[in-house]
Ligand binder design. Sequence first.
Ligand code: APR
Ligand code: ZN
Ligand code: ZN
Length: 362
Amino acid sequence: MAQEVRGVIAPGKDEPVRIETIVVPDPGPGEAVVRIQACGVCHTDLHYKQGGISDDYPFLLGHEAAGVVESVGDDVTDVAPGDFVILNWRAVCGTCRACLRGRPWYCFDTHNAKQKMTLASTGQELSPALGIGAFAEKTLVAAGQCTKVDPEVAPEVAGLLGCGVMAGIGAAINTGNVGRGDSVAVIGCGGVGDAAIAGSRLAGAAKIIAVDIDDRKLETARSMGATHTVNSRTSDPVEAIRGLTGGFGADVVIEAVGRPETYQQAFYARDLAGTVVLVGVPTPEMKLELPLLDVFGRGGSLKSSWYGDCLPSRDFPMLIDLHQQGRLDLGAFVTETIRLDEVEKAFERMHKGDVLRSVVVL
Ligand code: APR
Ligand code: ZN
Ligand code: ZN
């Protein structure tokens, strides 16, 4: 039986979000209905609301979530009702070239739930943010979007791995391959950059240089594991990073802003043969111009990190374990917990840079 629950809808371009009754169908083959327990507020939700991602209104927002599987459709074997799960953006096929080569984050045939959730009042189909739509009491996803983790962990902490925190940690440990003793610089210390700092500490980096234009962010970065901080409003970040690394540059530089000028800084702040990782998401009109001789002369590699190049089935349980053991403080990313009807307010606070993460708890 389809059920009616409450969810946070972005009704149209730049219109305030509001709570509506939504209809969640029974899970079809390969699908699951998940009772959401917590869902973080991410920039991407705001971008959906503002029309920066698509015009497919109305959106059901929310995509950084954890909850309990309520029911599954036919052919679902990996998860069962009662499992505590973290949701990811897309189920991968397991058989395409990218999957077979061990890079499922580039899967050619990812999918979300095939059935649609709808607005109870009008019957209109909803577009769930990143194929999830978890600012809701329940949501419908593809079963492959659910990863089982230790049910002892607090949902508001677990859900964060579904997006920003995983993107940052993965940029360091998966894409950047940060290793023991490395020097790392992270440019931009919001939730994603701070997670890259935490990931670098986890990987055993000896020196972690945090760069931001806001001193408040640098203070938090220190608590996440930064050993040095640079305010790039008041000093040249490239000079500062080189100065802190014996004049050379960092082994790995992670850009977590998503702008050409900060990517350029990252490029010049890398050591000879160093690695630059772009995890900040640029907009379509942004361009980067670099002297080819500087690409050639300094060597190394320029990489982008897609969802932290993560493998949810491998990385989510591993990071939850590390959190449970006290070796990774995922709780430090939760600035506040809020109710479902406070998402609009949370957007404002996020916009002002007041929070790392507001997390809706249901
Ligand atoms: N130099 C250094 N830091 C900067 C600059 C700059 N020129 N401009 C902004 N920042 C800092 C901000 O002060 C803030 O601390 O970058 C940080 C960005 O953080 P958030 O806005 O909280 O964004 P976050 O959620 O961390 O995401 C960062 O990664 O995944 C992507 O889409 C995401 O592009 C976004 C980026
Ligand atoms: Zn695939
Ligand atoms: Zn997100």
